[in-house]
Design a protein around this ligand. Structure first.
Ligand code: FAD
Length: 334
């Protein structure tokens, strides 16, 4: 393998029902930054059926080139055809870096592709940078239960592959004046590539809380005391048009669904306002919320770690203070 044969940054674009997933736009933002540092280009790879129309949107979000593969076989995600198509495109494009969202689809396809093209993969990165001298991608992720941050490199193989969680990177401002090259790639898929047959797709009815997109999060910790006390958080979320989230202790206690967990083994969030109520500030929790714009915390312990990452701290009983905040807010709104 001649490392210098590999050039450029490539982002796998995840679309579901022809909707580009937010994490892919976030990765285009990061990919563009890395491409500029390496003085190279950013390519977006789009797979699916009748998806060509999404290509321009990817250019508007930073891609210099879009390679799309359109086939009825790629209509729904199944791992074999998607792995085959993405591997072929990577083999043809020879990028130096490949970024994939760490979603359920990304976590399925990225390791398969890495194995097929015989390179390494660093999963669930929280920070990416490049060493401009060696062109090594510096892939940082929590390790040993979140107690250390490990920076991993892939010096002997190309491309360097990484998955990144949704909500960690920042997408670029959409610029509809950007121009880019859009090319079709024939993945030469046939029915024999379909080793799984989808008989029916049943979508979950329940309206899923998307705490990653919420501008305001009212987040509960064990200090809230009981499931009944959670009501005060919903009362505060309402006038602020926010969502309720929580620490792992709250999820483990069954006070909230797992999809609302913030942190290393939950979701990474970056709202405009993060209200931490009765949360101690363990590293695994902080890793998922420290990039929030404004952090306000209520904790009865003045030495709680959460105050170290907070813009504003209130020492006291959260279950008593939150209703007072809600009352004041309602006065302002009325
Ligand atoms: P506690 O640590 O019990 O803290 C409760 C806080 O409430 C204390 O600071 C206390 O002073 C305060 N308090 C008590 N009563 C009141 C009151 N009446 N009013 C105001 N404050 C009060 N945690 C996550 O959150 N997300 C993760 O994704 C995650 N992943 C993990 C992964 C691994 C591998 C490991 C080992 C741990 C992980 N954890 C995670 C767990 C994490 O280490 C902590 O145990 C957890 O965050 C603690 O939750 P907490 O702050 O709600 O509870």
């Amino acid at each position: 393998m001649i490392l210098s044969d590999y050039k450029g940054v490539l982002v796998y674009i995840e679309q579901r029902d022809k909707e580009i997933q937010k994490v892919s736009l976030e990765l285009l933002g990061k990919g563009k930054e890395i491409a500029e540092k390496l003085n190279t280009t950013l390519t977006a790879v789009l797979l699916g059926f009748e998806i060509k129309g999404l290509s321009e949107e990817l250019v508007y979000h930073g891609a210099d080139k879009v390679v799309y593969s359109d086939s009825e076989i790629l209509k729904n995600f199944t791992n074999e055809p998607y792995t085959k198509a993405l591997s072929k495109i990577i083999e043809s494009e020879k990028p130096e870096i490949v970024l994939v969202g760490a979603t359920s689809i990304g976590r399925d396809i990225a390791p398969r592709v890495a194995a097929r093209i015989k390179t390494g993969l660093t999963a669930d990165c929280t920070t990416l940078d490049v060493d401009a001298e060696t062109n090594n991608l510096l892939m940082t992720r929590p390790a040993f239960g979140g107690n250390i941050m490990a920076t991993i490199i892939c010096p002997d193989h190309r491309p360097q592959m990484s998955t990144v969680r949704p909500g960690v990177m920042i997408k670029l401002e959409r610029d509809s004046s950007r121009k880019g090259e859009i090319v079709e790639f024939d993945s030469q898929l046939s029915n024999s590539d379909l080793n799984v047959e989808i008989l029916e797709i049943v979508k979950e009815d329940k309206k899923k809380a998307n705490i990653e997109d919420a501008k305001v999060l009212i987040s509960a910790g064990r200090g809230i005391g009981s499931k009944d006390n959670m009501a005060v958080l919903y009362d505060l979320a309402e006038p602020l048009k926010g969502e309720v989230s929580g620490s792992r202790a709250v999820i483990d206690n069954g006070w909230l669904d797992k999809e609302r967990q913030v942190g290393q083994t939950g979701k990474t969030v970056r709202p405009d306002l993060y209200f931490a109520c009765g949360i101690s500030g363990a590293i695994q929790h902080v890793a998922g919320m420290e990039e929030s714009e404004l952090i306000i915390s209520i904790n009865k312990n003045p030495d709680a770690l959460i105050f170290e990452v907070s813009d504003l701290g209130i020492v006291g009983d959260a279950a008593k203070i939150i209703p007072l905040v809600t009352e004041e807010l309602k006065k302002i709104k009325s």
